[in-house]
Design a protein around this ligand. Structure first.
Ligand code: PEP
Ligand code: MN
Length: 450
């Protein structure tokens, strides 16, 4: 299959692209990226695809999570370790509850570009002056500081985020194969969580069950197996900036097929899923497993058209629909889509993103989400799938391993007044470590009934 040129893609009208002031500098950055080694191997993408095929058959559950937007400054050992740790902890709880493998997918090592609802941001400065600058589009594009220098899109950043992704992935690969992800150790972290705080005691029963299961496996000798020592982990990000994704799309020597080697799994966002648009065109050419976000305006025919364009051979594991309707709309909005897609025999994994349909501005001015709304959307997702006899295949969440204060509620009962304490996201609010673990225990209960 041939790869369309960048010029052909831009001619389709690409949404959400940076306005670079210097085209020659863009070309130079793209040429540099084309010489860089792949971040992931095509064979790894195929392995992930076969695992997602199991999700679409109802034989596995997918957990996808990480920052809304990674930052270059956030590439530290502590930060990456904390994120990995919370994802592994969540996956142990979910694996036990679902009694099926949990496919672990980080929103990391490439999640640096953001779609924005407005191209510009206006602020009133301390001296009363009103200033309008280009919106922050993620560290892949420009800087977060509200200055003309920082906000001007700089193509050298595409090379910088390649390097940052390589460093992140290197660390993740070392962690997951080097014993850090040992199941016994991860379970001990969960025990600490359950013992450590008063509200977490309500998860004691499930943690106790996992304890006994682990003891049983130790007793019969399976706990020394290799699978206990290492974890499967893959990278993912939104494929947004065409220059970056195109420069990292390569022909695999084994299969002679194109793969986007910037990450194992890439997805098309809610704002770039136009059926004739550049993102759908490029993603239709690569062989990675891919996702598409489906928001509340999606019609059943939109979903069918996307499936036909992106997965014409109906290959299992190739396509994941990540639904993000909002707690108030999922119970009415999702069923017609699932019904039509299922009736047409389309193979797809259904994943719930309970974050992006539930964002609002708090009275303090911070962008936030309520833990209860997030949970309610997940509950709606499970209810809809149970009613239709389809498999609620997984969760897509924005989270961090740190104790930030960005989302409201949860066992610690964070309030609007708490948001200012530790609000660190440069984009959307994330569940903190405690909220993420709570989510895993609560979703575990839902999975047991699914
Ligand atoms: C995101 O995942 O951060 C995002 C922007 O999501 P969506 O495309 O669903 O709005
Ligand atoms: Mn987001």
């Amino acid at each position: 299959m041939s790869i369309p040129s960048l010029a052909d893609l831009h001619a389709l009208g690409a949404a959400q692209q940076p306005s670079y002031p210097d085209r020659a500098a863009v070309d130079a950055a793209v040429e540099r990226l084309r010489t860089m080694p792949p971040l992931v191997f095509a064979g790894e993408c195929d392995e992930l695809k076969s695992k997602i095929a199991a999700v679409s058959r109802g034989e596995a559950f997918l957990l996808q999570g990480g920052d809304c937007a990674e930052t270059l400054a956030g590439v530290t050992a502590d930060n990456v370790r904390a994120k990995l740790r919370v994802l592994l902890q969540m996956s142990v709880v979910l694996t036990y509850a679902a009694s099926v493998p949990v496919v672990k997918l980080g929103r990391l090592a490439g999640q640096y570009a953001k779609p924005r609802s407005s191209d510009f941001e206006t602020r009133t400065l301390a001296d009363g002056q009103t200033v309008t600058l280009p919106a922050y589009r993620g560290d892949a594009v420009n800087g977060y500081d509200f200055t003309p220098e920082a906000r001007t899109p700089d193509p050298q950043r595409l090379v910088d985020i390649y390097n940052a992704s390589a460093a992140t992935l290197n660390l993740v690969r070392a962690f997951v194969t080097g014993g850090y992800a040992d199941l016994r150790q991860v379970h001990t972290w969960n025990q600490d969580f359950v013992k450590g705080s008063p509200f977490a005691a309500k998860y004691d029963a499930l943690a106790g069950e996992i304890d006994r299961a682990m003891a049983f496996m130790r007793a019969i000798g399976v706990a020394d197996a290799d699978e206990f020592h290492r974890a499967d982990f893959h990278s993912s990000h939104e494929a947004l900036v065409l220059e970056y994704e195109h420069a990292l799309t390569r022909i695999d020597s084994r299969t002679e097929q194109p793969y986007d080697v910037s990450g194992h799994f890439v997805w098309i966002g809610e704002r770039t899923r136009q059926i004739d648009g550049a993102h759908v065109e490029l993603m239709s050419k690569i062989r990675n497993p891919i996702g598409v976000k489906l928001g509340p305006t999606t019609t059943p025919d939109d979903a069918l058209a996307l499936a036909a364009r992106l997965n014409p051979d109906n290959e299992p594991g190739r396509l994941t629909f990540i639904t993000r309707f909002g707690a108030g709309r999922i119970r009415d909005g999702l069923p017609p889509i699932i019904e039509k897609v299922t009736a047409e025999g389309v193979s797809v994994a259904w994943i719930c993103d309970p974050m992006h349909g539930n964002t609002f501005e708090a009275t303090s001015g911070y962008k936030t989400r309520r833990f209860d709304d997030v949970l309610d959307e997940v509950q709606g997702f499970f209810d809809v799938h149970r009613a239709l006899g389809t498999w609620p295949g997984g969760l897509h969440v924005e989270l961090t391993g740190d104790n930030v204060t960005e989302c409201l509620g949860g066992g610690e009962e964070l309030t609007d007044a708490d948001l200012a304490n530790r609000y660190e996201s440069v984009c959307d609010p994330r569940l903190n470590r405690v909220q993420s673990l709570e989510m895993a225990f609560l979703v575990a209960e839902m999975l047991r009934k699914a």
